[in-house]
Design a protein around this ligand. Structure first.
Ligand code: FES
Ligand SMILES: [Fe+2]
Length: 354
């Protein structure tokens, strides 16, 4: 695994930003062990429906809160009570704020240190997102808004889990500038290509033909990362919207998911519309798996051997570095890349296929 330091990205090992940590469906009253940002975490859904994400280890004696099946705390169904979680070892109970609010065999004052660090858990678009921030501050940007999600004419997605890839996330971000792989890897060579940087968002606009589309038909996308972990891609025919999320597990190892939101001809969608949407998503996931296979097996690329006909990898990496630096530097770093970046001698705006 190649590490953040080897890519010279900045002082923080893991970037600041919004990251997917779970599928909303998999978060239940049974606490689940997670691992992200090199840390063990626990996630569960309280009885009110609230999702709670916290560090995994109990401050009393270090028990993992979710890795137990045999303690009577679990067998008696007292693991989650209300929105609280009870440790399997001595049954200390912690609120959704991480503060211990009951020690069953002690009536004295609960020590101040009996608290667990909690993480933001935002449930949106069928996903649980957290805010990761090495400086421990509140978000300095918002999650993207997906207006189509609540539109009854669109079929809501179910996330595809792609598992883990032993690659540093900077190389996943490289894709934003990667005009050259669209033909060879995906069978969809670009006829025009442009990147744009606006503060914490990077855009890619491109269009081209696809080997499976009829001659002359164009496939055009507008793709953007909101921060370092959440990609959305809109197909310009306005019929579908793809999401790709990836979250560092360890330094140099990421977990990824993808899904596709599809417009249906009926509102609400029929069973048939839903199964058509699922089939489109399967196709879109297959296309992303083409990148995945390459990432799984490639050597790290600390420096791209960039030619003039390549997209602006260096700019994407410069943009990406802002999330590995203290936020006080973000504005200056953004100003250095903000604007439109094109490939010399290559169309940067809509052209039609010959
Ligand atoms: S280790 Fe958690 S209550 Fe004792
Ligand atoms: Fe790709």
């Amino acid at each position: 695994m190649a590490r953040t330091q080897e890519y010279d990205l900045g002082p923080h090992t893991f970037p600041r930003g919004w990251f997917m940590v779970a599928d909303a469906d998999e978060v239940t009253r049974t606490p689940k062990a997670l691992r992200y940002f090199g840390q063990d975490l626990v996630i569960y859904r309280g009885e009110s429906g609230r999702v709670v994400l916290m560090d995994a280890y109990c401050p009393h004696m270090g028990t993992h809160l979710a890795k137990n099946t045999t303690s009577f705390v679990i067998q008696d169904n007292t693991h989650v009570e209300g929105d609280n979680i009870r440790c399997p070892y001595h049954a200390w109970r912690f609120g959704p704020d991480g503060v211990c609010n009951q020690i069953p065999y002690f009536n004295g004052p609960i020590p101040k240190a009996a608290r667990i660090r909690t993480w933001k858990a935002v449930e949106k678009y069928g996903v649980i997102f957290t805010w990761h921030d090495p400086e421990g501050a509140e978000p300095d940007f918002e999650l993207p808004v997906i207006a189509e999600w609540d539109d009854p004419a669109w079929v809501q997605w179910k996330m595809d889990h792609l598992g883990q890839v032993p690659i540093h996330p900077v190389e996943i971000l490289d894709n934003m500038a990667d005009m050259g792989h669209l033909g060879p890897t995906h069978g969809a060579p670009a006829l025009y290509f442009r990147n744009e940087f606006r503060d914490h968002v990077v855009y890619q606009y491109q269009g081209g033909t696809h080997r499976f589309l009829e001659p002359g038909a164009m496939l055009e996308t507008e793709t953007w990362y909101t921060g370092p972990g959440v990609l959305l891609s809109r197909y310009m025919d306005s019929q579908s919207l793809m999401i790709i999320t990836h979250t560092p597990v360890e330094d140099g190892l990421v977990q990824a998911w993808t899904a596709l939101l599809v417009r249906s001809s009926n509102a609400p969608p029929t069973e048939q519309d839903i199964s058509t949407a699922r089939a489109y998503q399967a196709e879109s996931t297959r296309a992303f798996a083409q990148d995945f296979e390459i990432w799984t097996n490639k050597a790290p690329c600390f420096q791209v051997l960039q030619i003039p006909a390549d997209g602006p990898y260096n700019k994407v990496r410069a943009w990406y570095k802002q999330f590995y630096h203290p936020r006080a530097l973000a504005k200056t770093m953004q100003e250095q890349v903000n604007g439109s970046h094109t490939i010399r001698g290559f169309p940067d705006a809509r052209v039609s296929a010959a």
